[in-house]
Design a protein around this ligand. Structure first.
Ligand SMILES: [Zn+2]
Length: 140
């Protein structure tokens, strides 16, 4: 049994909604990281029932925009010398560019090579974004 509870140096992404951990793992490109990364799923949580958790033994620059987009309710803890030094809460970004793709099969962005499509936040509660070209709502 590996002891993953003691992290000396790195980042803990906590309070991830159960089932979202892998998505965050992929979107942040953690599978391409050479450092130790632990994804824990369905951890018991008093507040949430079950939650996912990611521990990264590295001080990489997290893409907070991507994180806020997937799940703005996660908390990020930076750990130094075994102590939590910094806690960050997220808000969903108002606009995101080049991360989302439009779900509308008739949307021009799915037929022409348009990169960097911009999406605007239309519902912060459900984290829904509208395509700048066709207004169809999507979420990551
Ligand atoms: Zn569209």
């Amino acid at each position: 049994m590996i002891n993953v509870s003691k992290l000396k140096e790195g980042i803990v992404i906590d309070h991830i909604r159960a089932g979202h951990g892998y998505k965050i793992f992929q979107q942040l490109g953690l599978d391409r990281l050479d450092d130790v990364v632990v994804l824990m799923r369905n951890v018991d949580s008093e507040k949430m029932g079950k939650k996912d958790l990611i521990k990264i033994e590295s001080n990489l620059d997290l893409n907070l925009e991507v994180l806020g987009l997937i799940d703005p309710h996660v908390t990020i803890n930076y750990v130094k010398n075994g102590e939590r030094v910094n806690k960050v809460s997220l808000t969903p970004p108002q606009t995101v560019t080049g991360i989302l793709t439009c779900k509308n099969p008739r949307c021009i962005t799915n037929h022409e090579r348009i990169t960097d499509v911009k999406f605007h936040l239309v519902d912060a509660h459900t984290n829904q974004y509208a395509c700048e070209y066709c207004d169809v709502r999507t979420r990551l």
